[in-house]
Write a protein that binds this ligand. Sequence first.
Ligand SMILES: Cc1cc2nc3c(=O)[nH]c(=O)nc-3n(C[C@H](O)[C@H](O)[C@H](O)COP(=O)(O)O)c2cc1C
Length: 225
Amino acid sequence: MNIVIINGSPRKNGATARILHTMEQQLLGKANVYVEFVNISDLEITPCNGCCLCYKTGHCYMNDDAEKLSNRIALADGLVIGSPTYASNVSGQLKLFIDRGHFVIEQLLHGKYAVSIATGENYGSSDTSKIIIKLLKYSGARVIGKIVCNLPFNKEPNETSKVTRQICELSEKIYGDFQTKRKYLFQTIIHKIIFTVGIKPFVKRKGENYKGVIDKWRTYQVTKS
Ligand SMILES: Cc1cc2nc3c(=O)[nH]c(=O)nc-3n(C[C@H](O)[C@H](O)[C@H](O)COP(=O)(O)O)c2cc1C
C-alpha cells in the first residue's frame, strides 16, 4: 500500500506534523506499506493563474513540484492531508497546492482511501476539517476518518491520549480498509450523484477544451468511455 502524507503546515515540527509523523510511524510498522511524507513548505509551487489549459492538455504548463506531487498522488492508494487552521481555513501553502493539484474535476482521488487532519488553537478547526473532507470526497476518495485537534500553540499533541488513540485507530483503519477493499457504499452513492449530476455534464458541455479531463477519467477508471 502506497500512502502519501501531506503536512500543510509551514512548521515541520508543529502540531500537525507531529500527528502526521505519529501516523507515519504507525503505518510503517505494517507489512508492505510504503509512506511518502511531504512537507508542503519544502515544495516550489507557483499559484494557479487560471488559464484552464490543463483541462485541455491534462497537465499544467508550469512543470513544478505541484505537478510532480499530483502525479505521485495519482499512483498512491491512500492520502492523508493535514493542515493547521489559518483564519478558519487551510494554510495558504496547502491551498496553493489544492488549486494546482488537479483534484476535483479530474477525479484525482478516485477509489483511494483518505484521512483528514486539522489542528487549531481556538475556533475554526472544524471548518478546516470540513474543507479538507469536501475536497477529498468531491475528488472521489473514500474518506475513512478525521482528526480535529484543538490545542494551545506549541503543545505536544501526543500528550493527549485522545489524539494518540485516534491516530492509532485511523492507521489501523486505513490499512484494514485497503486490505479488505472496503467500498463505503453511502459515500460512493453520494459521490456518484455529485459526479453524474454536477461534474460530468459540466465537463461534457465544454467539449474539446476539457479533453484532458476526460482522458484522466479513463486513466483513473472513473468512466470507461
Ligand atoms: C496565521 C495564523 C492563523 C491562525 N488562525 C487560527 C484560526 O482561525 N483558528 C484557530 O483555531 N487557530 C488558528 N491558528 C492557530 C493554529 O491553527 C494552531 O496553532 C495550529 O495547531 C498550528 O499548527 P502547526 O503547529 O502544525 O503549524 C492560527 C495560526 C496562525 C499562525
